[in-house]
Design a protein around this ligand. Structure first.
Ligand SMILES: Cc1cc2nc3c(=O)[nH]c(=O)nc-3n(C[C@H](O)[C@H](O)[C@H](O)COP(=O)(O)OP(=O)(O)OC[C@H]3O[C@@H](n4cnc5c(N)ncnc54)[C@H](O)[C@@H]3O)c2cc1C
Length: 369
């Protein structure tokens, strides 16, 4: 009998086995693929943005500050950098959410930030050619996380604290039996007091009553010949003044190139109908959105991949108990911004399983009723 069984080992599940094992719980993590590193879900693709002036909602700020502490503690333990600070610049017309929301979150929580005019952005970051009617919020604490080393470190640390990790285990059924829950895979059954479902886009199958949608995303990497003005870029998000699309991206990283993507605007489809091939339309859409970085050209494209968002209608996460099955807690619907919060979400759901805290109201599954 395990205290906690975690189904799915992307960033949410790997973080949960890490946090539960650190609290001396008897924990097992089950993953359907042969490794935490695979390209079928949402937690792959080398880098993820982390930032504090959270334009999506100021209530994320205490959580992201906790996530900074958690990533720092993990780095200290493993002796390896996972979070690379770069600063972050959020650009768009003055009335866009990216600008107003970042300012609001920074002001409400006393975070350091600077307001920049378009001319100041162009002077300070010569890689960006934004138009005169745009402005920016610069936050010095933003940066990026190294994705796959982060996942591996969480699993290694969980195992070091006694967690059992099993790969190639597809959980097919979860049933409440008296005071515990039984999980079934093709090779056997596992009994646990609590189950935490961190199955990413597969949550659309496990919780069909929740209004979740799977969205296809295609980040790309370029190797521009002239990358001198992109080496020291901050991470960025820019809402395009004409088409409203949000571009996001990273500085040039040696060995990787320069990564950029369009946030949302991808095809929505059932999980089994996601087109896993990169198309010329994907490239066109990104190039149109990146027109403010003239040194990135389509002919310097070196890599592109398909990755998934699992969206909720309000773009806030879904973390909480499933009313029909009190032994099960879900953590998903991360709507394209969940990686950075991994260790914090792992901590939240472990505390929920222990009954020590209810979890943030912003993420409550019952809000969709
Ligand atoms: C292109 C892109 C860019 C992004 N950029 C950012 C960013 O800059 N900053 C940020 O914070 N976030 C970002 N995100 C979002 C973030 O990456 C996701 O929110 C996060 O990775 C979701 O993790 P997850 O653990 O919920 O899902 P997943 O990583 O998909 O993990 C779910 C796991 O469950 C397993 N599983 C499913 N069903 C079963 C089963 N029945 N039995 C066993 N195992 C099962 C799957 O195989 C998978 O490994 C981005 C996402 C994408 C796609």
């Amino acid at each position: 009998m395990y205290d906690i069984a975690v189904v799915g080992l992307g960033i949410a599940g790997s973080s949960t086995v890490y946090q539960a094992s650190r609290r001396n719980l008897k924990v097992i993590g089950l993953e359907q693929f042969g490794s935490v590193i695979h390209a079928m879900g949402s937690s792959h693709g080398k880098t993820r943005i982390i930032r504090q002036a959270y334009f999506e909602h100021p209530d994320y700020v205490p959580l992201v500050l906790d996530a900074y502490r958690e990533w720092d503690a993990l780095e200290q333990t493993i002796g390896e950098r996972l979070l690379i600070p770069t600063g972050g610049v959020m650009m768009g017309r003055p009335e866009t959410d990216v600008v107003t929301g970042s300012r609001l979150a920074a002001q409400q929580h006393g975070l350091p930030f600077e307001e920049l005019s378009a001319a100041e952005v162009r002077e300070r970051f010569p890689g960006f050619r934004i138009t005169d009617d745009e402005v920016a919020i610069y936050e010095p604490q933003a940066g990026y996380l190294r994705v796959e080393p982060g996942l591996q470190a969480l699993i290694r640390e969980a195992q070091r604290h006694g967690a059992e990790i099993q790969f190639n285990q597809v959980v097919e059924d979860v049933q409440l039996q008296g005071d515990h829950v039984v999980l079934t895979t093709p090779t056997g059954t596992f009994a646990a007091r609590q189950v935490i479902l961190t199955v990413g886009a597969w949550l659309t199958r496990w919780a069909p009553a929740l209004p979740l949608e799977v969205e296809r995303q295609v980040p790309m990497w370029f190797r521009p010949e002239e990358h001198h003005n992109l080496d020291s870029l901050p991470i960025y998000i820019r809402e395009h003044p004409r088409n409203g699309r949000q571009a996001y991206g990273f500085p040039y990283i040696e060995g990787q190139g320069i990564k950029a993507g369009v946030h949302h605007q991808g095809q929505i489809s059932p999980l089994d109908q996601v087109n896993r091939q990169v198309t010329s339309q994907d490239i066109e859409q990104l190039m149109e959105t990146l027109d403010f970085i003239p040194s990135i050209h389509a002919d310097s494209l070196q890599e592109a991949l398909v990755c998934l968002y699992t969206n909720t209608p309000d773009s806030h996460f879904v973390v909480g108990r499933v009313p029909q099955n009190p032994g099960v807690i879900i953590a998903g619907g991360f709507s394209g911004h969940g990686y950075k919060f991994g260790p914090t979400v792992g901590s939240l759901v472990t505390d929920m399983a222990l009954g020590t805290q209810p979890g943030p109201a912003l993420f409550h599954p019952a809000r969709f009723r």
